[in-house]
Design a protein around this ligand. Structure first.
Ligand code: PEP
Ligand code: MN
Length: 366
């Protein structure tokens, strides 16, 4: 595995450590000076909001829609900063956007999901940022590809950007789910494991695509120890020019924040001790599980040798069907979740087929 080479400077101060979780909020798109200022005035009363967001250049699925206000939007953003003292951030899609954003003193830039998918574009943006010290937050690529996400972070890191962060906005998923973009939490968790110092902001607005699930996703983000939230707000969300279904008013954001439970990152001494005990139980059980799996694989190898000698196919569909039925019933009687069981059985079965395949297709003299 390639070692993580990304150097990250501590930007917690930047986010005012007293107001965890940090909130980045503001409209999907800058539409008018009135909309920007009215939204910002509503947001400034929410203590966790430190950074005001607004899209200035909007990548749209089809041409002809509202494609952003461009440079005049940056003038409104600057007014928001002067009037409210909020830091500002916007998405940059081309090197010329970076130049303009710097001209209008934007404090933080983010790279959109449709840009992260394109290493050539990311490289161009990274080169345009050389010599600046502006924080850059990289949204995950549209498709669930962690390597592409890390690759983009590495390109900015190599260009000398050390105030780096990630934004988790969910992933395109071929099946219909309750979300506009499936959260697939295992991916940001793995990102956190590989680059522990990297701040990760969760964007419930683009994950949900609606207002109803925002609280659930925001709570989940906090439960998973993510650093903050990016939530789209608009003073008149129903009439927003982009993403109107998912934007909420600053007032609703305030209510949403009041509903969230903020967890401690670490318990006190007594709870640490109690957790240690539970964990040592889990450690023992995991070793037992590994022993059992290893024993199961030993038998799979014997079966493979037998099938090879008797020229019998690896896949025995009836047997596999019986295993699924029997183990699902058994597992569910033990209060294990059906989807979890099915995934586990499929994983074990896939490995078993691979092992048998190797044995049956290796000739004796090899
Ligand atoms: C946005 O934040 O407005 C945006 C376009 O997001 P994404 O790149 O995640 O689609
Ligand atoms: Mn949006």
């Amino acid at each position: 595995m390639v070692e993580n080479q990304i150097q990250i400077s501590d930007i917690r101060d930047y986010f005012a450590p007293t107001s965890y979780p940090i909130l980045i909020s503001g409209p999907c798109s800058a539409e008018s000076e009135e909309q920007m200022l009215a939204t910002a005035r509503g947001l400034v009363c929410i203590p966790q909001v430190r950074i005001f967001r607004a899209g200035i250049w909007k990548p749209r699925t089809r041409p002809g829609g509202f494609e952003g206000a461009g440079e005049k939007g940056l003038q409104w953003l600057k007014k928001v900063k002067t009037e409210t003292g909020l830091l500002t951030c916007t998405e940059v899609v081309r090197p010329s956007h970076i130049e303009l954003a710097l001209k209008y003193d934007v404090d933080l830039l983010w790279i959109g999901a449709r840009s992260t998918v394109n290493p050539f574009l990311v490289q161009e943006l990274a080169e345009a940022l050389k010599g600046t010290n502006i924080p850059v937050f990289v949204k995950n690529p549209v498709n669930p590809d962690l390597k592409l996400w890390i690759g983009a972070l590495e390109r900015f890191s190599k260009a000398g950007i050390s105030k780096l962060g990630a934004i988790h906005r969910g992933f395109y998923f071929f099946e219909r789910t309750n979300y506009r973009n499936a959260p697939m939490w295992e991916i940001p968790i793995e990102l956190k494991r590989q680059i522990p110092d990297l701040p990760i902001i969760v964007d419930p607005s683009h994950i949900c695509g609606n207002r109803e699930n925002l609280a659930e996703i925001s709570q989940k983000a906090l439960d998973l120890d993510m650093h903050g939230l990016m939530i789209e707000t608009h003073y008149n969300p129903d009439n927003a020019l982009t993403d109107s279904k998912q934007q909420i008013s600053p007032e609703s954001l305030k209510q949403l924040m009041a509903q969230l439970s903020i967890r401690k990152r670490k318990g006190d001494k007594a709870s640490q001790c109690a957790l240690e005990q539970y964990r040592s139980e889990i450690d023992k059980i995991d070793i037992e599980l590994l022993d059992i799996l290893a024993r199961r694989m030993d038998i799979v190898r014997e079966i493979a040798a037998y099938k090879k000698d008797h020229n019998i196919t690896i896949l025995q569909i009836k047997r596999w069907q019986n295993i699924i039925n029997d183990r699902l019933t058994n597992g569910m009687n033990r209060d294990l979740d059906k989807d979890f069981l099915l995934k586990l059985l499929q994983l074990v079965h896939k490995e078993s087929i691979q092992v048998q395949n190797r044995i049956m297709n290796t000739s004796a003299d090899q």
